[in-house]
Design a protein around this ligand. Structure first.
Ligand code: ADP
Ligand code: MG
Length: 208
């Protein structure tokens, strides 16, 4: 499917063209329309199938530039993935001038706190550190509209599920939640049942 058919902001389409993304991958074709309709989605698809852009494209499309407080929170299991997802948001959101922050542990709180005070559209974070900021009142989640749980099975393997639950309990209830994973173990299904509203399930058998 072509991105044009998905009714996406022209500035995002231009960025995708610059990145050399000519057509949406299977997971992107399935997920983008659901997230544009603000439906909760659970996505099971292999590594390399293009899951990052499957959430980055519709969420960057929906983000309102004029709003100063974060509208999107992406949780990732590792700092490396947080940095990579931030880069993807920077690239895809470049012509819409979207500001994305990556927040992770083993870094001074001082600079992160300063950054979180500035105009920010998207925060990509590891669970432990962003829960700290929520508890300290240095991350204002009151305007959050979208929550992404990326590599949910990895977050489970790394022992982050309790932390993730504590974070979700502090977020606005009126939001869209999407969960991406290569596998869907029972604990992840339970997490989804607890925190998602009638999620659509997208199951991609093979990567392109
Ligand atoms: P996953 O999260 O499913 O493991 P990624 O989102 O990291 O996969 O994407 C894998 C690779 O595919 C990345 O290098 C990304 O830039 C590339 N990619 C994603 N979507 C497209 C597309 N529509 N066209 C071409 N390349 C793409
Ligand atoms: Mg991924």
């Amino acid at each position: 499917m072509k991105f044009k058919e998905l009714n996406i902001d022209g500035r995002i389409q231009d960025a995708l063209e610059k990145l050399g993304y000519s057509e949406a991958t299977e997971v992107q074709s399935a997920v983008i329309p659901e997230l544009k309709q603000e439906r909760d989605v659970i996505v099971k698809a292999k590594t390399g199938s293009g899951k990052t852009a499957a959430f980055a494209i519709p969420l960057l499309d929906s983000v309102v530039w004029e709003e100063n407080k974060p509208q999107v929170l992406v949780l990732t299991p590792t700092r490396e993935l947080a940095i990579q997802v931030k880069e993807d948001f920077d690239n895809i959101g470049t012509y819409k001038k979207i500001k994305t922050l990556a927040i992770f542990g083993k870094q001074p709180y001082k600079f992160q706190t300063q950054d979180l005070k500035q105009k920010t559209h998207v925060v990509v974070a590891t669970p432990g550190r962003i829960l700290d900021h929520l508890q300290r009142g240095t991350f204002d989640a009151s305007h959050l509209k979208y929550l992404v749980l990326d590599e949910a099975d990895e977050m489970l393997n790394m022992g982050f599920i309790e932390t993730v639950e504590k974070i979700i309990e502090k977020l606005p209830v009126k939001r869209t939640t999407c969960l991406f994973s290569a596998t869907l173990p029972e604990e992840i299904k339970k997490l989804a049942a607890k925190f998602m509203k009638n999620p659509v399930q997208v199951n991609i058998k093979q990567s392109q």
